[in-house]
Design a protein around this ligand. Structure first.
Ligand SMILES: *Cc1c(COP(=O)(O)O)cnc(C)c1O
Length: 368
């Protein structure tokens, strides 16, 4: 049996007629940047998240950059970022000219630990950037309280958390603004680069819309120097065609997680992801902490099972952030994750037999 980590072709084939129709109808408008297709997607995504403003962008990294830039984050400022996340979360801070200040994550969810955040706050701190990593909701209420107490902006990186719920709200709608990515492999993926920003704040929304469109809302209306980060219309039409299936795909991912849980929870050698109380998880990634991780990965590979390591680094160890001069032992929890985490296949189109086969192979590895 073969178990790929992801199968985008299979997803396409299941929805081929609606995706093809959407792509072709946009193609024949010959309006490739912005326009109706993009407006329609912005409205549909905002409605799903129950938030008044959605601004389509070129990608998730730009979404983060535009939010921080619109909030006035710049040289001399500090932004608190989890020490364990994917590189772009911290890259966006550095690109604003501000300093990323890393805080450790917690053992159970690999998410920003509120207890560690407070001690990172200085007179220069401008914002806390939380990442709903792997599709799990960060401790948003605690973090919001800390941000409010210190008058800091709370920015959400939701690149892996499309429709992740925290209480009665969706991730991305609880802070000042939420950044989404529609990179092809995300739970909602385009057929190229794409992203968006959501917010409740109308004035901020207008500023962010300008920043991604040369400072303009209309042609030749350049009130500030921004950048070019717009969604192209073909991507918007693919996303609109796929959006109606997002909840169903997330539900399937949760079902797969439950099936893994049922079959692996008694193994002491693997620690399964846990879901924070009062939230749900959208399992963009199903990452377990595994003993003898590298050997397990090889073992699964020889059995036709593809797994991935998210991520083989902590942010303070990445070459680009060496200048921050963190010492090796700065983040005791984050420090161990690159050596222990292994992401198992969890894409919606996976079938039960494949999951059972993965579980069987993991059990064999530890019982040999
Ligand atoms: C994918 C991702 C990004 C970057 O999104 P792009 O669209 O690739 O620029 C940022 N943060 C996280 C957590 C991501 O997973």
């Amino acid at each position: 049996m073969k178990v790929p980590f992801l199968d985008l072709e299979l997803q396409y084939k299941q929805h081929q007629s609606s995706i093809d129709a959407a792509l072709l109808s946009t193609l024949y408008t010959f309006s490739f940047i912005g326009g109706d297709a993009v407006n329609r997607f912005e409205t549909a995504f905002a409605d799903k998240l129950q938030v008044p403003h959605c601004i389509a962008t070129g990608n998730g990294t730009d979404s983060l950059f535009i939010i921080l830039n619109a909030l006035g984050v710049g040289p001399g400022d500090e932004v608190i970022v989890p020490a364990f996340s994917c590189f772009p979360s911290a890259e966006a801070v550095a690109r604003c000219g501000a300093k990323p200040v890393f805080a450790d994550v917690d053992e159970d969810h690999y998410l920003l630990d509120p207890d560690k955040v407070e001690r990172c706050i200085t007179g220069n701190t401008k914002a806390i950037l939380i990442v709903h990593l792997f599709g799990g909701a960060a401790a948003i209420q605690e973090l919001k309280e800390i941000a409010d107490r210190h008058q800091l902006h709370l920015v959400e990186d939701c690149a892996q958390a499309h429709l992740t719920r925290a209480g009665s709200s969706f991730a991305g709608t609880l802070g000042i603004a939420g950044a989404f990515s529609f990179y092809p492999t995300k739970n909602l993926g385009a057929y190229g680069d794409a992203g968006c920003i959501v917010t409740h704040d109308a004035a901020l929304a207008e500023r962010m819309r300008r920043l991604g469109n040369h400072g303009a809302l209309h042609k030749n209306d350049h009130v500030l120097a921004g950048t070019n980060s717009r969604m192209d219309a073909l991507q918007a039409s693919v996303l609109s065609a796929k959006l109606p299936f997002l909840e169903e795909w997330n539900r399937k991912r949760r079902q797969h997680a439950t099936r893994y849980q049922e079959q692996l929870s008694d193994l002491t050698e693997v620690r399964l992801p846990s879901v924070r109380e009062g939230t749900d998880h959208t399992f963009h990634i199903y990452a377990v902490r595994a003993r003898r991780r590298d050997l397990l990965k090889d073992w699964l590979q020889t059995r036709g099972i593809q797994t991935v390591v998210h991520y083989p680094y902590t942010l303070h160890n990445v070459e680009a952030f060496r200048y921050l001069n963190y010492s090796e032992g700065s983040f005791p929890v984050a420090h161990r994750l690159p050596h222990e985490l292994l992401s198992l296949p969890v894409f919606p189109e996976l079938n039960s037999a494949q999951i059972d086969y993965v579980c069987e192979a993991i059990r064999e590895f530890y019982c040999q």
